[in-house]
Write a protein that binds this ligand. Structure first.
Ligand code: NAD
Length: 255
């Protein structure tokens, strides 16, 4: 076990994709991990089983973000889980990873699409973080999974890009606000990663894969573990002097 022994972490959207890889990595580093999921309990249990098989500890927390009562449901589950694990209710690491995409350039974005992507990616992240501050111990870590699209124009996902841009501003202000408590707040910004989010155009499609690989200076498609390793740095004791930063984990696709 590594540098997170005795720490507790909440990872939102940890039943699959990047969130699952983050949960596995933080648990491998010694943290007790709350695996948040929305609907797919079996997938969350799969994440937990993988963590347990590797000698780590994790428990599930259910909440559909972007709905009424989402934050209350999440924290009721989190606090119950921490009590059951004898973790005394405190939190050391919050990873705001859950997110959804949006489709289309400005002409195609409906008011419903716009409200939905902001509700999940930005509003829920804001209020989850607000509530987490009541549990977060001094010296803690907040890591927001944003995106390389805040650094390059991506008109095909304009509303999604805006949600991630808003998080950049949130991270700057919150890092300053929480400095006196030695809580660091950072963004980790992935490029194109092979997850369900991109499955329709990337997975099994040679043209999509070739495009995504050529977009990265390092010449391949990103993997969830590439992102999890950067999150692990920000969560670790080694990350203590980095706050208000965006750590680009794009393989150079933002260059
Ligand atoms: P994914 O679709 O595989 O995972 C998204 C996760 O968020 C899932 O666990 C899902 O259950 C959860 N989620 C979505 N809506 C939710 C809701 N309403 N309530 C609760 N949970 C919800 O995609 P991913 O690629 O693993 O994405 C993880 C994060 O990485 C997202 O914030 C995404 O914007 C960001 N990101 C991904 C890429 C990429 O290329 N895959 C690139 C840049 C940023």
């Amino acid at each position: 076990m590594g540098g997170l022994a005795g720490k507790t972490a909440l990872v939102t959207g940890a039943s699959r994709g990047i969130g699952r890889a983050i949960a596995e990595r933080l648990a491998a580093d010694g943290a007790l991990v709350a695996v948040h999921f929305a609907r797919n309990e079996a997938a969350a249990e799969e994440t937990i089983a993988k963590i347990a098989a590797a000698g780590g500890r994790a428990f599930p927390v259910r909440a559909e973000l972007g709905t009424a009562g989402d934050v209350a449901a999440l924290f009721a589950g989190l606090e119950r889980g921490l009590r059951e694990q004898d973790a005394s209710g405190g939190l050391d690491i919050l990873v705001n990873n859950a997110g959804i995409g949006s489709n289309g350039p400005i002409e195609q974005v409906t008011a419903e699409d716009y409200d939905r992507v902001f509700a999940v990616n930005t509003r829920a992240l804001f209020f989850v973080t607000q509530r987490a501050l009541t549990l977060l111990r001094d010296g803690g870590r907040i890591i927001n999974v944003t995106s390389g699209v805040t650094r390059i124009a991506f008109p095909e996902e304009i509303a999604y890009s805006m949600t991630k841009g808003a998080i950049d501003t949130f991270t700057l202000a919150l890092a300053k606000h929480l400095g006196p408590r030695r809580i660091t707040v950072n963004n980790v910004a992935p490029g194109i990663v092979d997850t369900d989010m991109n499955a329709d155009w990337l997975r099994g499609d040679p043209d999509g894969t070739a495009y995504a690989a050529s977009a990265a200076a390092l010449g391949r498609v990103g993997r969830p573990a590439d992102i999890a390793d950067v999150v692990a740095f920000a969560a670790s004791p080694d990350g203590r002097w980095v706050t208000g930063a965006t750590l680009d984990a794009t393989g150079g696709s933002h260059l």
